[in-house]
Design a protein around this ligand. Structure first.
Ligand SMILES: NC(=O)c1ccc[n+]([C@@H]2O[C@H](COP(=O)([O-])OP(=O)(O)OC[C@H]3O[C@@H](n4cnc5c(N)ncnc54)[C@H](O)[C@@H]3O)[C@@H](O)[C@H]2O)c1
Length: 271
C-alpha cells in the first residue's frame, strides 16, 4: 500500500545491481510513493546487471553510469541530474559496498593495503565525495535527506566481516560529520541504516554468511529485517515525517543490536 510519502520529490539511487539489491527494492518503493528517480551504478555493474528492467519499472528512470571513486563521474552525474530535474534533488540513497580483501578471502590480519584503500574509497569515502560534490554544485534541496547502508560490524566485532567492518565505521563517521556540516548549511539530514544480514550479491560474499544470517535471525526478537523492509525504512527517512532525524546510525535489525542473548540461541547451545 502506498501513502504518497514522496510525492513531488526527486532522488538519486546508487547501487541497484539486481533484484535482490537493497537499492533495487528502495528504487521501486520510492517510485511507488510518488518520487521521480535517477538510477546510477558503476559502468561494469551496469554491463553485468539488469538495471534497464528496473528503469522500466520506475517510469523509465534515467540510468547514469558513475564509478563512485571517479570525481569526473560524480561531477557528470550531478550535472546530468540537475539538468534532468531542472534543479536539485530531495534524497540520495548510498547503497554501495565492496572489499577486495573479502572477495579474495584474505584474512583480516593479512589484509593487502592497496585492496584496503580501494575498499574504503568505494564503501565509505564515496559518501564524502558524493556529499562534497553535491554541496559544491548546490545539488541537494533544503531539508533533503541522504541515507547510506551500514552494518553492525562497524561497531561490534564480526571477525569474518574483515576490512568491511572498518569501512562501515568510517562510513558512519562521515555520515555524522558531514551531517553536521550539511545540516548547518542547508538543513540536509544524513543518516546510516544498520541493516540485518540480507542475502544479496554483496552480502553473500562474506565468509560464513549463511551462519551470520541464521544466528542473527535467532538472536533478533523480530527476526531479520528483509531488503523490502529496509526499503520501507529508507522511504520513511526520505519523507518529511522524519525531518528532525540526522547524524544517526539507525538499527534496522529486528532488535538484534540490543539483545544480549535469546532463548532460541540458548536452546540451540543446550541441545
Ligand atoms: N547484504 C547485507 O547483508 C547487508 C547488511 C547491511 C548492510 N549492507 C550494505 O547495503 C549496501 C548495499 O548492498 P547490497 O547488500 O544491496 O548488495 P549489492 O551487491 O546488490 O549492492 C552493492 C552495490 O555496490 C555497487 N558498487 C560496487 N563498487 C562500486 C563503485 N566503484 N561505484 C559505484 N557502485 C559500486 C555494486 O555495483 C552494487 O550495486 C552496501 O553498503 C552493503 O554493505 C548489506
Amino acid at each position: 500500500m502506498a501513502y504518497n510519502l514522496l510525492k513531488g520529490k526527486k532522488g538519486i539511487i546508487f547501487g541497484a545491481l539486481d533484484d535482490r539489491s537493497i537499492a533495487w527494492k528502495t528504487a521501486l518503493k520510492c517510485v511507488e510513493e510518488g518520487a521521480e528517480i535517477i538510477l546510477t551504478n558503476a559502468p561494469v555493474a551496469l554491463r553485468m546487471g539488469t538495471i534497464d528492467q528496473l528503469s522500466k519499472e520506475c517510469n523509465n528512470a534515467p540510468v547514469i553510469p558513475a564509478d563512485v571513486t571517479s570525481q569526473a563521474d560524480i561531477d557528470n552525474l550531478f550535472d546530468k541530474a540537475i539538468e534532468h530535474f531542472g534543479g536539485g534533488v530531495d534524497f540520495i540513497l548510498h547503497s554501495i559496498g565492496m572489499s577486495i580483501n573479502v572477495r579474495k578471502g584474505i584474512h583480516y590480519t593479512e589484509n593487502n593495503y592497496d585492496y584496503m584503500h580501494k575498499g574504503f574509497d568505494i564503501s565509505a569515502i564515496s559518501l564524502h565525495r558524493i556529499l562534497q560534490t553535491a554541496m559544491k554544485k548546490d545539488a541537494i534541496n533544503e531539508w533533503g535527506s541522504v541515507v547510506a547502508l551500514s552494518y553492525i560490524a562497524g561497531q561490534r566485532v564480526f571477525p569474518d566481516y574483515n576490512d568491511m567492518a572498518d569501512a562501515k565505521a568510517l562510513l558512519e563517521s562521515i555520515a555524522r560529520n558531514f551531517g553536521y556540516q550539511y545540516g548547518v548549511k542547508k538543513h540536509v539530514r544524513i543518516n546510516t541504516i544498520s541493516q540485518s544480514p540480507t542475502r544479496t550479491t554483496a552480502g553473500s560474499g562474506v565468509k560464513g554468511f549463511d551462519g551470520f544470517v541464521d544466528y542473527a535471525d535467532k538472536m533478533s526478537p523480530l527476526g531479520n529485517a528483509t531488503a523490502d523492509e529496509c526499503a520501507n525504512y529508507a522511504v520513511s527517512l526520505f519523507s518529511d515525517l522524519t525531518k528532525m532525524v540526522t547524524m544517526q546510525n539507525l538499527f534496522h535489525d529486528g532488535g538484534f543490536s540490543f539483545t544480549g542473548v535469546s532463548q532460541r540461541i540458548i536452546d540451540d547451545m543446550t541441545e
